[in-house]
Design a protein. Structure first.
Length: 244
């Protein structure tokens, strides 16, 4: 199976993270989920929530409130919205403001990850994001004096540097030859995954990742380290906010 397929659906966002609208054919539809032949809705994963959006068909609108991954990729219709019958051609659109904000936020987390790994050698133990706000947990036994300010300044230096963010897919064996390709304390890439998607902030951070990102660090905007929390022995949670 192609790595761009999830069940019967061709995942368009993997090849083009800026795609926001397209046409597709409905393969299946129920209140539990709509399956399309092609989709650019990010289904969620790696801490990045699923996209929202809309389907337009025969003058009717169906709002998409989320995505569920199973044997197929199921777009979750808003409660009470009409369902397009199988065989219908729909015009689909991802909610642009939300997706663009999540792309900036996800890339900001990779900058944070790269800075903390480079400067303090700490691995990631967890993370989550919403549009323009996020948290990342690190295995960091001690918090040096001035850590919060130093990390924020370093992150914003990387933003100003306008580093290119490249996405490519490599065979598993080749991907795992890249030093420090896994920046999490445990390897979250299942053995069954033979084609590994790599997100590379050139010169700062290279890691396996399935989410969506902006094209360069300058597109992120400003990163603020809003808070540092102690989550138990050796674990620190950094909360960030992204702004223009």
């Amino acid at each position: 199976m192609s790595s761009d397929l999830h069940g019967r659906t061709l995942r368009l966002e993997l090849a083009d993270q800026n795609l926001r609208d397209w046409e597709a054919v409905v393969l299946e539809a129920s209140p539990e989920g709509i399956v399309l032949s092609k989709s650019a809705f990010y289904p969620g994963g790696g801490g990045q929530p699923a996209d929202h959006g809309v389907l337009i068909w025969q003058g009717v609108e169906t709002r998409i409130a989320g995505v569920r991954k199973g044997d197929d990729l199921y777009l979750i219709p808003a409660e009470g919205d009409p369902l397009p019958p199988p065989g219908t051609t729909v015009s689909a659109a991802v909610a642009d403001d939300r997706r663009s904000a999540l792309m900036r936020t996800h890339s900001a987390l990779h900058v944070l990850c790269g800075v903390v790994f480079r400067d303090y050698g700490a691995l990631v133990t967890g993370g989550n994001m919403e549009p323009l706000s996020a948290r990342m947990d690190f295995n960091l036994p001690e918090v040096p004096q001035g850590f919060k300010e130093a990390v924020e300044a370093a992150c914003n230096s990387e933003v100003v540097a306008d580093r290119r963010i490249d996405v490519r897919v490599l065979p598993r064996a080749e991907a795992f030859e890249i030093p420090d390709i896994i920046r999490t304390a445990t390897n979250l890439v299942p053995e069954s995954v033979q084609d590994v998607r790599i997100v590379d902030i050139v010169g700062l951070d290279t890691q396996a990742d399935g989410g969506t990102h902006v094209a360069s660090t300058k597109q992120i905007g400003r990163i603020k380290v809003a808070k540092i929390e102690n989550k138990g022995k050796g674990f620190r949670r950094l909360r960030i906010a992204v702004s223009d």
